[in-house]
Design a protein around this ligand. Structure first.
Ligand code: ADP
Length: 427
């Protein structure tokens, strides 16, 4: 733009210079009628001279023969003056300079140099350009500011959607409201679509939960009855053959396992719908653990040791759920380690209450460690000789620990053993 404006400035003066080129030869001719050729040239040059317009004639030997009165040496020594007008800055003044080839008679072709002072115009142009750049700069800043504000405003609802989505629990899916009246239309549409989607997922989640809960409930009762009959049959079946007894024992244990599985499924379904009812109370941890250990040893003679840093540590838990967690973990520890190995429970107190359960069994390879808390996840069956589990035990443990404001993690090394660490807030 600056280049374009400069060109316009040159063009506005170019016309004046062309007029000079046409008029000077005519004026010289008129003066020649009264004066000698040199005097006529002098008179003509002076008549067109002014403080802002300077003219001079230079011979091929660079000798200045005729010139305006105000001509200064700085101007005449400027090089590269061509027939195309160009702007030069001489002693802080802007001059538009060019050379004109003029013939005063048919033979002589003389070179007249013209310098037009355009300082005022150039300064005005410079000021204009400065103002223009300032306006462009400020406009750009205003546009950037307006655009970023608009983008922030437009993205804020999306940020809110993300925050809401992160905090939605399955049981609250249908209650989510993502209405953003201030948001742009597209974002409002997106929020509405997500809301409808969540409603549909919520409904199907409810249906699935209801189905699971109904099926588990309906199956559990008859299976418990079947299991009861099988047990009494086994107790009183003195006249049964060995094969019949074996068959009944297997049937009984499978029925028992299935009842347990249904019990677990119901438990998880309740947790998913936020219906786990906890009766939190403050109890002495050492006493609670001493009560649990014999329960775990009921079906195995495994040695379980307990070491507690402080016998008086209190913990706030739902006692029955806490027992359920420990029986599950101890049951696994017994199941996945050999009979001659020790199981250790250690309790320490730092910022939280830390309870570790360590076994020296088959361990869990790193690749499986993240996944064992998933529902129905069981490690490669070929690795283990244990097929009595359902893969729901640790999923329930984790759900219950989290519900009691705790958390669970593990460290394990194959063939060396596993340590499950539970942390509960200190009371
Ligand atoms: P399962 O009923 O199969 O024991 P869990 O959810 O309790 O289901 O455990 C999931 C899987 O984690 C188990 O199949 C087992 O492979 C592995 N696991 C759990 N506890 C231990 C342990 N103490 N030592 C080795 N592997 C374990």
């Amino acid at each position: 733009m600056s280049w374009q404006m400069k060109n316009r400035l040159i063009m506005s003066h170019e016309k004046h210079l062309n007029n000079l080129a046409q008029q000077i030869p005519n004026d010289v001719k008129i003066y020649q009628e009264m004066y000698s050729p040199q005097q006529a040239l002098d008179k003509t040059i002076k008549s067109y001279s002014s403080p802002k317009t300077l003219l001079w004639i230079k011979t091929d030997q660079a000798k200045i023969t005729t010139y305006s009165d105000n001509l200064s040496p700085e101007i005449t020594t400027v090089e590269n003056i061509t027939d195309q007008p160009k702007i030069f800055n001489i002693s802080n003044q802007y001059w538009l300079m060019c050379s004109l080839k003029i013939s005063f008679d048919e033979k002589n072709l003389q070179t007249i140099y013209v310098a037009q002072n355009i300082n005022d115009d150039q300064l005005l142009l410079n000021d204009l350009l400065k103002t223009l750049f300032l306006i462009i700069f400020l406009t750009n800043i205003a546009i950037i500011y307006a655009t970023s504000t608009y983008i922030c405003l437009a993205l804020k609802p999306i940020d809110n959607i993300t925050k809401t989505a992160k905090n939605i629990s399955p049981d609250k899916l249908k209650e989510v409201s993502l209405k953003f009246n201030q948001a742009p239309t597209e974002v409002r549409k997106l929020a509405l679509t997500i809301e409808e989607l969540l409603l549909k997922i919520g409904e199907s989640w409810d249906n699935q939960e209801q189905l699971l809960s109904n099926v588990s409930h309906e199956l559990r009762t008859p299976l418990t009855i079947v299991s009861g009959y099988l047990q009494s049959l086994l107790r009183r079946g003195d006249n049964l053959t060995k094969t019949q007894k074996e068959a009944l024992t297997i049937a009984n244990s499978e029925a028992g396992r299935t009842v347990q599985l249904l019990q677990d499924l119901l438990e998880l379904a309740r947790a998913d719908s936020g219906n786990i009812k906890l009766q939190m109370e403050i109890v002495k941890l050492s006493e609670l653990l001493r009560e649990i250990i014999p329960m775990a040893q009921q079906y195995s003679q495994r040695q379980i040791t307990l070491s507690i840093e402080d016998q008086n540590i209190n913990i706030k838990v739902d006692i029955n759920r806490f027992k359920q967690i420990f029986l599950n973990l101890l049951d696994n520890a017994i199941k996945y380690s050999s009979d001659d190995t020790l199981i250790e429970i250690r309790v320490s107190k730092k910022e939280d209450i830390i309870i570790e359960i360590e076994d020296h069994g088959i361990g869990i390879p790193l690749a499986y460690q993240n996944r064992i808390f998933e529902r129905f996840y069981r490690m490669d069956e070929a690795r283990t000789r244990y097929d009595s589990g359902s893969g729901l035990g640790l999923a329930i443990v984790k759900t219950l620990v989290l519900a009691m404001n705790g958390n669970i993690s593990l460290i394990s090394q194959p063939q060396k053993g596993t340590i499950f660490t539970l942390k509960f807030p200190y009371e």
